[in-house]
Design a protein around this ligand. Structure first.
Ligand code: NAD
Ligand code: 89Y
Length: 343
């Protein structure tokens, strides 16, 4: 198999997972890294044995010698870096949140379309083993047509110690976490027509909202609730599990804490274990997310080699990103937002 060569920009907290996953991906390897922080560049370069190191993305692109770029920086730099990739005609992966605003996101998708390069948003949650299991079960038809769903992420886990910037932004849980939950809702129940949201800030030490309750109307007529919280203290901490309930015309699916998958249908009740694998470099409780990082990077590599569009392409992600913008708008003005108008 031809080995595709990648360059990774942004050697921070989460990039460690991406670098581990690139070591495991079949058909691709990282040959150069870039970070404007010399300490992070050294830590990641030494840990993963990467000789080509850059403090400036422009210099990295000017030197070239890679087939794609993996942008693992925080959102502030995403537009400039994606547009740099487009200018050099280098296929790009970009971390979530894809952009600061929907208009930036549209401009980034257009820049890559105009340059005829593939663009994928690193929207990995739909690649988690339990989420894929729910999707497969629904697609099997065993519960009939879905008419209602709930996608729930409620936790008291301290995400601020690893990602201190999350405490500092005017926006928090919708932009950072519900972005994944909304994407899962789209992945499972299809695209959304209208959205209504309410938010709260419970933790006085952070700037943004840490609780959100969002109601979605899906194009297929189903209604769903996306509820997220980082202010929920439970006996057994569920981080980072997304819990799912789907009601269909012939039965129900329940993904509950501990990756327990229960399906009720005319055939009776089945219970299975939808736990993710614990990869050799992974650690609990992050292993669910870590496994999905490997899955999405393998998907990118396979599609780049074969020429097909990725599941979370830039164009697809605009439909998830629009839900994020709509949720903030709805919560701020107390109104229901028409998603079609945004796209
Ligand atoms: P971080 O701040 O720890 O790391 C970002 C790194 O990028 C830093 O080392 C910084 O110096 C570098 N950087 C920033 N701008 C740069 C530029 N223009 N050129 C070169 N280097 C630059 O952040 P993080 O916690 O690793 O998060 C990175 C992104 O990953 C965020 O967008 C975050 O939302 C996302 N994330 C995704 C998941 C997931 O499951 N998909 C999980 C956690 C974080
Ligand atoms: O940044 C977030 C993400 O994408 O997944 C979990 C997280 O690390 C904290 O909310």
């Amino acid at each position: 198999m031809t080995e595709l060569k990648g360059a990774l920009i942004g050697c921070g907290f989460f990039a460690i997972n991406q670098m581990h996953a690139w070591k495991d991906v079949k058909g691709a390897e990282v040959v150069a890294i870039c970070d404007r922080d010399p300490q992070r560049l050294k830590i990641v370069g030494d840990q993963f044995g990467i000789e080509r190191r850059y403090s400036d993305a422009a210099a990295l692109f000017a030197d070239g010698g890679f087939d794609f770029v993996d942008i693992a920086t925080t959102v502030q730099s995403h537009r400039a870096l994606v547009e740099m990739a487009a200018a050099h005609k280098i296929p790009a992966i970009c971390q979530k949140p894809f952009a600061k605003t929907l208009s930036d996101a549209k401009a980034m998708v257009k820049a890559c379309a105009d340059a005829a390069i593939p663009l994928m948003v690193h929207e990995n949650f739909r690649w988690q083993t339990p989420i894929q299991a729910v999707k497969s079960m629904l697609q099997s038809g065993v519960i009939g047509e879905p008419f209602w769903g709930r996608f729930s992420f409620r936790s008291g886990y301290d995400v601020f110690s690893g990602q201190p910037y999350l405490a500092e932004g005017e926006r928090f849980i919708i932009e950072d976490l519900a972005i994944h939950t909304l994407d899962i809702a789209r992945f499972i129940l299809g695209d959304v027509t209208t959205l209504t949201a309410r938010t709260k800030r419970v933790n006085p030490k952070i700037k943004g909202e840490d609780v959100a309750t969002i109601m979605l109307d899906h194009q297929n007529g189903a209604t769903s609730i996306v509820d997220v919280s980082y202010a929920t203290k439970l006996g057994t901490e569920p981080f980072p599990e997304t819990l799912i309930e789907i009601d269909g015309t012939l039965g129900t699916i329940r993904l509950s804490q501990g990756y327990r998958l229960e399906v009720n249908s005319a055939e009776g009740t089945t219970v299975s274990d939808a736990s993710p694998k614990l990869l050799p470099w992974a650690s609990r409780p992050w292993h669910n997310i870590q496994e999905s990082v490997l899955a999405i990077q393998q998907h990118w590599t396979d599609r780049l080699a074969s020429g097909g569009e990725t599941s979370t392409s830039g164009a697809d992600n605009l439909k998830t990103f629009a839900l994020v913008e709509a949720a903030y708008d709805s919560a701020a003005h107390g109104r229901t937002v028409d998603i079609g108008v945004l796209l």
